[in-house]
Design a protein around this ligand. Structure first.
Ligand code: F3S
Length: 418
């Protein structure tokens, strides 16, 4: 493997022990993946829940910081994924004082490392927006799939330690999706008997979930989708594809930047497989994700990935002049910046007057807020396939999965369905 003179200096302690250890991880990763060289990244996004680090992970990052490791924001924009709790509501969601202390210790550590605490998985809406052909190292899967597919930026799904090391060194091994030849489409996906003109963001997430489950880690090329997808619709596809599978990116023929033509999308080769998705297939997703027939709902939880301001507006308009059932909690997870916008635009007032909360900075997925509720939550309704997929396993709750309107109607009535 070829290292530049600067990279060799990073590896021989000339740039400090913290840098040396971070570089050692990057070089080990490069050897593991048979990479010929390292490449510079312009964007990093780091996991920030204490839960994903544990005490060993926290102490490891602290040690790096003590040994002088720092991010250089002039070279790499480094932001943080959601943390474990919301500053305003942590007691109500059952978060314990020791867990708060651990999370705050991790927050301080990442502050000293020099990261930007957006605490959101829609960081691409908050300024961390790599351009086409930029290389990045991001934690989490939902943003990474979107950046590869829709922005045409290049990055792999990596673990916490590889992300931190990349953020410090500004380097990542050249392998996987950093190489053009690994980005070609493999499976042609078309639809039948689906009215795509009426497809909501939740419908796209259902489609993505089904396709991911079918094709596992291959790259799909969707043909026949509308040219003008909204951010929420395209994000619905992006976040759901890796939920039941390990799809790293996707193309939409005639829409996404590396799929202007059929030849470009498939790199001049024929698809390995053709998959036709119909209404019955999407119905099976609802059947799979709904784990109970019981009508009662304890919690409605949205925001995996974090709600956009458009989604908060939709919820506010459904709740205008209404009140949610006294037995139901409604939590909308987002970034503090979206919450500020929602406050400014009056959506927060409508939502809170109806009895709901906008929670900020918090992860609504596997580290979800209902994990912390020790009692009283046995059925969670959600419009997120990711929450629906993970919640039964991580939180031992039943799940009701449906579109935004159906969930909000359940919040008001205190019951699911008619
Ligand atoms: Fe975001 Fe946490 Fe879901 S990081 S995508 S809310 S799992």
């Amino acid at each position: 493997m070829i290292l530049t003179d600067e990279e060799k200096r990073m590896l021989d302690s000339s740039c400090g022990e913290g840098m040396r250890r971070a570089m050692e991880i990057i070089v080990t990763l490069a050897k593991t993946y048979d990479a010929d060289r390292l490449i510079k990244i312009s964007s990093a996004h780091l996991g920030a829940t204490f839960k994903s680090h544990g005490i060993e992970g926290l102490e490891w990052v602290e040690e790096l910081v003590e040994q002088g490791a720092r991010c250089d924001l002039d070279q790499v924009l480094v932001t943080l994924n959601p943390r474990s709790f919301d500053n305003d509501h942590w007691r109500e969601i059952g978060f314990e004082e020791q867990a708060v202390a651990n999370q705050e210790r991790l927050d301080r550590c990442y502050h000293r490392l020099g990261t930007i605490p957006v605490y959101s998985c829609v960081h691409y809406l908050l300024g961390n927006l790599p351009k086409r052909n930029d290389h990045f190292s991001w934690s989490g899967s939902s943003g990474q799939v979107l950046a590869n597919s829709v922005l045409g930026a290049m990055g792999n799904r990596e673990g916490v330690w590889a992300n931190v090391a990349a953020a410090i060194t500004g380097r990542t091994p050249e392998y996987g999706l950093h190489l053009k030849e690994n980005r070609r489409g493999q499976v042609l996906v078309t639809t039948e008997d689906l009215d795509l003109s009426k497809f909501s963001a939740v419908d796209y997430a259902t489609l993505g979930y089904f396709v991911g489950r079918e094709i596992n880690d291959q790259i799909p090329v969707f043909s026949g989708l509308p040219k003008h997808l909204t951010m929420e619709q395209v994000r619905g596809l992006a976040y759901s594809l890796p939920v039941a599978g390990a799809v790293p990116m996707f193309h939409v023929l005639g829409v996404t930047p590396e799929a202007r033509t059929f030849e470009e999308a498939f790199g001049g080769e024929e698809p390995n497989r053709k998959l036709v998705v119909g209404a019955q297939d999407l119905k099976t997703v609802y059947d799979l994700l709904n784990t109970t027939q019981r009508g009662e709902v304890d919690l409605i939880c949205f925001g995996c990935p974090h709600c956009t301001v458009t989604e908060l507006r939709e919820v506010a308009s459904l709740l205008q002049g209404k009140r949610i059932s006294e037995n139901v909690r409604l939590w909308l997870c987002t970034s503090r910046w979206m919450k500020d916008l929602a406050t400014h635009l009056g959506y927060r007032e409508v939502i809170e007057r109806a009895g709901g909360y906008i929670l900020s900075d918090i992860c609504a997925g596997p580290s979800a807020p209902f994990n912390y509720l020790k009692k009283g939550i046995s059925v969670v309704a959600t419009n997120s396939v990711k929450t629906a997929f993970y919640a039964p396993g991580t939180s031992k709750v039943d799940v009701l999965f449906g579109d935004t309107k159906k969930c909000i109607e359940a919040a008001i009535r205190g019951k699911w369905g008619n």
